[in-house]
Design a protein around this ligand. Structure first.
Ligand SMILES: [Zn+2]
Length: 320
């Protein structure tokens, strides 16, 4: 059936192709519910509700045979309702901890799939189904476990791969005024030269963006009183990291990291609101709603920075 449809797409014009895209999304909706059922056995807690399965198959029965616009609208309406649930209920695991929902990552998801506006809209579901189709997964428009795994893998794959330790002459010192904590000692204000140059270009662009309402000096720098976009932490030497571990062996990820991207000098923790570096969900909920964070999600790639999806403040310079 799929190959016949593929043939059709080859023959008809753009409009027909778009309709086919909707149609295939509609056809795979029921399939997607089955994938979720199978996934539940993995122990990742993806418990599909009977409701969602019912709703999807109901759509399938009542939808017209061809992918009409009405069928597509109805499909994406159902998908949007399901997304509204899953953004708070999807069970997954990360860093040895069980996680719930993907609401915190909605800005990143929107950027990834090219959807403007809210994650519970029909437009989001339609855009997601296109993204899913491009990646060969069931184009349901529903952000379920398999789609979420793909997204996480995508973000993780775009992080720093070259973990070369910098030579002393590759490091520069950030002036105290550019640090979130201006009293930060000099040895903790080091950053890789190229990452710093890119950071400066990025921050100049942010400072020039009036919609952010940042306190800016006359020469376009972030003012001393401005906290957003200031550097919390950059290069961390192996010695310093070992010291952190020795001081508090149970200090959590930052203290325990033995292969931190901060060793490269090209990972920057940038202030985006809330408690600077707390992974508590309620803190990340504050951070991921700030204008500063949304701006970074939209613009950081232009300057060669990629996000670490789990920590809104952590950005890695990978070059353009
Ligand atoms: Zn970091």
């Amino acid at each position: 059936m799929t190959s016949r449809k593929g043939l059709l797409i080859g023959l008809v014009m753009m409009l027909a192709a778009a309709v086919a895209a909707f149609g295939s999304g509609w056809k795979t909706a029921g399939q997607s519910a089955q994938i979720k059922t199978a996934k539940a056995a993995d122990g990742d807690g993806a418990r599909p509700t009977a409701l969602s399965v019912e709703r999807l198959s109901a759509t399938e029965k009542t939808a017209p045979a061809a992918g009409s616009a009405a069928a597509a609208a109805s499909l994406f309406n159902a998908a949007a309702l399901r997304n509204a649930e899953l953004q708070d209920t999807l069970s997954w695991a990360f860093g040895g901890k069980s996680q719930r929902g993907w609401r915190l990552y909605a800005p990143l998801v929107g950027g990834l799939i090219g959807a403007e506006g809210g994650q519970t809209t029909n437009d989001f579901a339609a855009q997601l189904s296109r993204w899913q189709q491009q990646r060969g997964v069931a184009a349901s428009g529903i952000l379920d476990n398999s789609t979420w795994s793909q997204m996480v893998a995508n973000w993780q794959a775009n992080r720093i791969k070259d973990h070369t330790y910098p030579t002393p002459d590759e490091l520069v010192t950030i002036p105290p005024s550019e640090c979130y904590d201006p009293s930060r000692p000099e040895e903790l204000r080091k950053v890789h030269r190229t990452a710093y140059a890119a950071y400066k270009r990025m921050i100049a662009a942010a400072a020039a963006d009036a919609s952010l309402g940042l306190q800016v000096t006359r020469d376009g720098q972030l003012a001393d009183g401005e906290k957003y976009f200031k550097v919390i932490s950059a290069f961390r030497s192996r010695e310093y990291q070992a010291q952190l571990r020795a001081q508090s062996p149970n200090s959590g990820r930052a203290g325990l990291a033995v292969n931190s991207p901060h060793f490269t000098g090209r990972a920057l923790d940038i202030y985006v609101g809330g408690e600077p570096v707390s992974t508590k969900d309620d803190n990340r909920a504050i951070q991921t709603q700030t204008k500063a964070y949304h701006w970074l999600v939209k613009n950081a790639a232009r300057f060669g920075f990629r996000p670490y999806f789990y920590e809104p403040w952590h950005w890695e310079y990978v070059g353009q």
